[in-house]
Each structure stands twice: as structure tokens, then as C-alpha cells.
Design a protein around this ligand. Structure first.
Ligand SMILES: [Zn+2]
Length: 322
């Protein structure tokens, strides 16, 4: 069966599930007539037959080659991903030539093309043409994942309150872990991030230029998530930082340079205090300072006037009952 988690992860699976749900047979209890499975690697058509009871189906299922290629392509992409992981994710190496892929996975060119399209989209591999060409293993980057997750949350109507509730869970854990795992290299990076933020606030004061989208802004939160040493906390920290910076950008668009400057200066001072506690290895103090920082930000953004920016706002202003 297609799990809820799988359909969250990939819209293609969701479409496949929705298509199965359209089948009149699926209104009865039990699984829909067509189940596209990722758990077993069987062919999707294997479970498609439903005429065995002698009653002609109300809607004749016309085999759609294109949609078949899409589904099978997805399955092949997952198998290739698994095989890339099994080989230790050899970035920059040739995984296989096209001929080898067609042979190994026993699919048509159309299906393989679809699988490669997905692998490229997921930043797992890319195809290289010409001599020595084939499927090359690439290094996945978190940017596209973070962007998709932020958009998904926006689509789902996540609110400002949701963002801060999540940040207070993710980032408080991150800061505690960072304080307990800090090493000299991490400490140096934190110091550098804080000083570049202060530099940014000073620049704003002198020249009144820039905006919260300038590179380096809000790097401290992202860096703390990274220094937690937990890749999942790092990813979720990246997502919440991305959503927060979208919110901040929207707010800044409606405010004067002076207000932005004050907020930046205050932020970098608070960050400095948090970073001091992390470098001192004091998880408890770091935790308390981070929580206080996020509480203050939450109050600020919840009480801000968004009336002129409603259509821009990346998050709902009020928590919608779910
Ligand atoms: Zn901050």
C-alpha cells in the first residue's frame, strides 16, 4: 500500500492514489482495485484486473501508456536510488551506461527516461551524454528539499503560531545539542557568523542599504541547527529558518530602514549571547536564551500589522483549526 508518508514525500504517488480512488470498485470496503505499491516491486498491472467476477466494469480502464511509464518510471527511480545508496553514494562516478540500465532494470527507453527525470529532479543522479556517458551520481543538495517543504507547508496553511511552536521545539533541541557537542572549529564558525551579522547591522546603520535577504542574514540559526550534529534537526532547522526569513522579508518590505536596522541590531546582540553560552558548553543557559529569543520574536510577529501584505504573507496569520 502507499503509505501516508510516501504520498507526502512525492506528489506522483499521491496522484497514483487519487487515480485509484476514482475507480468505482474502490467505493467498497477494502483496498482499491488498482494499488500501486512501492513496498513490493511487482508490476502495477499485476493487481489491476477486476473483471474476474464476470461483471463488466462500469468504466473501461484504457491502458494509458504515458501514465504507465510515469508509474513504472517512479518505481525504477526508487530502485536506482536504493542501488546508489547500496554502493555508498559514489558522487561524481558513473553509475551505469544507458544500455546497462535498460538491461539491469528491464524497462523500455520511455520508462528509463522518466526514471532519470525523477532522479535528476531529486538531485540523486544526472544523465551525461556522449562518450563515457550514462547516469552519473550527484551530490544531493538540501536547497531543493527545503524549498519544496517550505512550499508544502505554505500550501497546507501553516500559521505564524505553527512556525514558532515548531521552532521552539526544533531550535531549542538544536541549541542544547550544539552546546553539548561544540568543538573549536564549530566555535570559530559561530563567532564568525555573529560578527558578520554585526557587520551587516553596522552597514545598515551607515549606508542604510541591504535588506534581510542579504547573504549571511539569519545564518546563526541555520548554523546552530547544523552544529547540533543531527542531520534531521539540521534539515528541519533549515526549513523553519527559510520560512522565518520569508516572513521577515515580508515584514521588512513594509517597514522603514530604521526599524529594520533596530531589529537587526537587537537580533545580532541576542545571537551573540546565545552563541557565548554554546561556546561555553552551557546547554541550559543556551536553551533558556534561545527560548526567550523565540518567545520575543513570536510576540513581535503575531502582533505585527500584516493588513497590507496579506496576499504576500508566507504563513497564515491565524492558526486554522485542523
Ligand atoms: Zn534570531
Amino acid at each position: 500500500m502507499v503509505s501516508a508518508a510516501a504520498s507526502l514525500a512525492d506528489p506522483h504517488v499521491e496522484r497514483a492514489t487519487a487515480a485509484a480512488g476514482e475507480d468505482p470498485e474502490s467505493t467498497r470496503l477494502g483496498p482499491p482495485a488498482v494499488v500501486y505499491s512501492h513496498d513490493d516491486m511487482g508490476s502495477p498491472e499485476a493487481s489491476a484486473g477486476n473483471g474476474s467476477d464476470g461483471v463488466a466494469p462500469v468504466v473501461q480502464r484504457v491502458p494509458d501508456e504515458r501514465s504507465h511509464d510515469l508509474k513504472l518510471g517512479e518505481e525504477i527511480a526508487m530502485r536506482i536510488e536504493r542501488d546508489i545508496v547500496a554502493r555508498g553514494w559514489p558522487v561524481g562516478e558513473l553509475f551505469a551506461t544507458e544500455a546497462e540500465l535498460l538491461e539491469t532494470y528491464g524497462v523500455s527507453r520511455g520508462v528509463l527516461r522518466e526514471a532519470i527525470r525523477l532522479l535528476e529532479h531529486h538531485r540523486v543522479a544526472r544523465s551525461r551524454r556522449g562518450r563515457g556517458g550514462g547516469l552519473m551520481v550527484t551530490e544531493p543538495d538540501s536547497y531543493s528539499a527545503v524549498r519544496s517543504l517550505a512550499l508544502l507547508l505554505q500550501y497546507q496553511g501553516a500559521s505564524i503560531a505553527d512556525l514558532f511552536e515548531a521552532r521552539k521545539s526544533i531550535e531549542v533541541t538544536a541549541v542544547e545539542l550544539a552546546a553539548s557537542r561544540i568543538d573549536p572549529a564549530g566555535a570559530a564558525r559561530l563567532r564568525e557568523a555573529v560578527s558578520s551579522e554585526q557587520q551587516y547591522a553596522d552597514d545598515l546603520e551607515r549606508r542604510q542599504v541591504g535588506g534581510p535577504r542579504s547573504p549571511g542574514f539569519h545564518d546563526v540559526h541555520v548554523l546552530i541547527a547544523e552544529l547540533s550534529g543531527n542531520p534531521m534537526i539540521r534539515l528541519f532547522g533549515d526549513v523553519s529558518a527559510r520560512m522565518f526569513s520569508d516572513l521577515l522579508f515580508t515584514w521588512a518590505a513594509g517597514h522603514g530602514a530604521e526599524e529594520i536596522r533596530d531589529a537587526s541590531a537587537e537580533g545580532s546582540h541576542v545571537h551573540e549571547r546565545i552563541v557565548e553560552a554554546i561556546i561555553a558548553g552551557d546547554a541550559e543557559v543556551a536553551r533558556r536564551r534561545m527560548l526567550r529569543h523565540l518567545d520575543a520574536q513570536e510576540r513581535f510577529f503575531l502582533s505585527a500589522d500584516w493588513s497590507r501584505f496579506e496576499s504576500w504573507l508566507p504563513l497564515s496569520e491565524v492558526r486554522t483549526a485542523r
